[in-house]
Design a protein around this ligand. Structure first.
Ligand code: GTP
Ligand code: SPV
Ligand code: MN
Length: 624
């Protein structure tokens, strides 16, 4: 039964008024907190201010509770492992609860909003008993933006609060803006695990029943049962992609799953590039790339989410709404992504589901060429490279990776040594080129350019990628993932693709050039045909040369590809055969894609833009 005790009233960190500036707290916020507290019955309410002292208090408490381990190898940094059942986004438990089912479209799970709220209300009833209800005011993007995008996450997870502090701008600054009467998004989160009197809390509380639910018309988010990443840090995928994509449709802009980088050529010409790759397909790595070709410079603006809006000059300007990196740990090392390693080394980070070294630091597959001789794996088990214990017995962890494949580092983006100064510019940067990419063992060449905007939208709309550990479910299954947004479009996918096409229709629009890239094509032995990482700068160079009209291209049925010798390959370690195969456009392979693309467009139903069907017809004709 739910306790009848009075609902505690909100207090600041030291028990003072929650309004840091002394201004009255927005009545709607107080009303909502009261309503949630009456339903969920927390023991305490804490208004999050976002200070260093508060972060220290929270992390100390998490260490005391056994959830966090303080690292000795990095300053102000913590190791945490989740429940083994709570390690990734849960796409099958993610819902778009629009008023009309048609508005969620065929790519989203849908439930009637009233029915979903009724069901979830019963799940939330009393779910914060024994816990603290944290009120986390936040702002996606700079606080001094013309239209700050505000939200408040109510959560009963201190892990979420500490992670949100790294990933977004939380606390006083955001609350002050909310208190001026600006609109804000309600984001409700609970791990769904009340602490019953006389019992001890789980190290990673969560619930077998999980719901990640969006009410796009109301601009509200209800999340229950998971403490992990995109399920629980509601400013990230839930707000900045699913809810923001609905805002963007209504207001004529784009909210996309894209990195943003600044590319400077040896002659100091600057281009800004955005790139959409599905989860765990290389955004963070490309955003922080250290070019292997002399004179070229890459600076980082964002590694996961881009909001893009037209400027008065008709160009598309991109901002990164996030404040931190929530990066895939495995594969991140000094030889692949040294800038991420430098950012991490500066500390102030939370590491989830990586392995722990015997001297109090973190490790994951790919961090170093050779693993340490002894580790504690992400499930708290003894781990050795051989799988054998000192006495020769076989360890339970034998043959398994020490870090979970979707383990993550959570690090302030300001620690990235290549962060571009423009990151702090609220108006964003004008995008010259958009890259669409994915993980494809076959078929898709290293790089190609779309013939025009409509063809570029077709490329993005029909691109496929092998699934990864970033979401629960099978890994390595090829699926269509339009603009890397399949799990994140907050409305009907056909309407979304029409929105992309419509953007170019307004007068005076100067759309970015569009490219497709694939770093993941394989040879017959399963090895990568292209070395990737820093060598991807060679592809970026070709992109710039295309923008500037200095690189010729071969027109193929699927798009324009580099002429033989057109890519700068000076010093790269690939054999001519590997390169030929990496760049190849095989008509037979593409003919096999045609029915799959057809099936995909058909699956989107009646709202799929006719222009995309025209593009498919054109492709079919060109392939003969
Ligand atoms: P999310 O944060 O899930 O959205 O992922 P992401 O798109 O930022 O992917 P990330 O850059 O973290 O890379 C995911 C995995 O792909 C890591 O294990 C990387 O090491 C690997 N990877 C990234 N770029 C390349 C590349 O150019 N070639 C190869 N072979 N692997 C790469
Ligand atoms: C992704 O899955 O695309 C991520 C990680 O960036 S999460 O925050 O879990 O969404
Ligand atoms: Mn992502």
């Amino acid at each position: 039964p739910v306790s009848a005790a009075p609902v505690p009233s909100p207090t600041g960190a030291a028990g003072r008024s929650p309004a840091p500036s002394g201004a009255p707290v927005a009545p709607e916020l107080l009303r909502w907190i009261g309503e949630v507290a009456a339903l969920t019955r927390p023991d305490r309410i804490h208004f999050v201010t976002g200070t260093d002292a508060e972060f220290a208090e929270l992390t100390d408490a998490l260490v005391a509770a056994g959830t966090f381990t303080r690292l000795t190898g990095k300053p102000n940094s913590f190791h945490v492992v989740s429940d083994p059942s709570d390690v990734a986004r849960v796409e099958d438990r993610t819902f778009i609860c629009s008023e009309r089912e048609r508005d969620a479209g065929p790519t989203n799970n849908w439930r009637d909003p009233a029915a979903m709220k009724a069901e979830m209300t019963e799940l939330y009833r009393g779910c914060m008993r024994g816990r603290t209800l944290y009120v986390v005011p936040f702002c996606m993007g700079p606080l001094d933006a013309a239209k700050p995008r505000l939200g408040v996450e109510i959560t009963d997870s201190a892990y979420v609060v500490t992670s949100m502090r790294v990933m977004t701008r939380i606390g006083t600054g955001a609350l002050d803006l909310i208190n001026t009467g600006l609109p804000w998004v309600k984001a409700l989160h609970s791990v769904g695990a009340p602490v019953e009197p006389g019992t001890t809390d789980a190290v990673w509380p969560c619930n077998d029943t999980k719901y990640i639910v969006h009410f796009p018309e109301e601009r509200a988010i209800w999340s229950f049962g998971s403490g992990y990443g995109g399920n629980a840090l509601l400013g990230k995928k839930c707000y900045s992609l699913r809810i923001a994509s609905a805002m963007a449709r209504d207001e004529g802009w784009l909210a996309e799953h894209m990195l943003i980088l600044k590319l400077t050529s040896p002659s100091d010409v600057v281009h800004y590039v955005a790139a959409a790759f599905p989860s765990a397909c290389g955004k963070t790595n490309l955003a922080m790339l250290e070019p292997t070709i002399p004179g070229w410079r890459v600076e980082t603006l964002g590694d996961d989410i881009a909001w893009m809006e037209f400027g008065a000059d008709g160009r598309l300007y991109a901002t990164n709404p996030e404040f931190g990196l929530f990066g895939v740990a495995p594969g991140t090392g000094w030889d692949t992504n040294p800038n991420a390693m430098r950012a991490i080394a500066a500390g102030n980070s939370v590491f989830t589901n990586v392995a722990l070294t015997d001297d109090g630091d973190v490790w994951w597959e790919g961090m170093t060429p050779e693993p340490p001789a002894h580790l504690t794996d992400w499930q708290g088990r003894e781990w050795t490279p051989s799988g054998l214990a000192a006495d020769g017995s076989v360890l339970a962890s034998a043959g398994q990776p020490a870090a979970h494949p979707n383990s993550r580092f959570c690090t302030p983006i300001t620690q990235c040594p290549t962060l571009a100064a423009e990151y702090h510019e609220p108006r964003g940067v004008p995008i010259s080129a958009i890259l669409f990419g994915g993980r494809r063992k076959t078929t898709v060449p290293l790089v190609l350019q779309a013939r025009d905007w409509q063809h570029g939208v077709f490329l993005g709309a029909t691109i496929a990628s092998e699934t990864t550990a970033a979401a629960t479910g099978a890994v390595g299954v090829v699926r269509r993932d339009p603009m890397a947004m399949l799990p994140f479009i907050g409305y009907d996918a056909g309407d979304y693709l029409q929105h992309w096409l419509d953007l170019a229709r307004a007068p005076g629009r100067r759309m970015p050039a569009v490219f497709s890239v694939n770093w993941f094509r394989r040879d017959a032995d399963g090895g990568f045909l292209w070395p990737g990482f820093g060598e991807n700068a060679r592809v970026l160079k070709w992109v710039v040369e295309r923008l500037e009209g200095t690189a010729p291209a071969v027109r193929t049925p699927i798009g324009d590809v580099p002429v033989p010798g057109g890519l700068d390959l000076d010093g790269v370690e690939v054999t001519p055969e590997q390169l030929t195969r990496a760049l190849a456009v095989d008509g037979q392979e593409w003919k096999r894609e045609l029915p799959l693309i057809q099936e995909w467009l058909d699956s989107l139903g009646t709202t799929v833009p006719a222009a995309l069907r025209d593009e498919l017809d054109g492709l079919r004709e060109r392939l003969g």
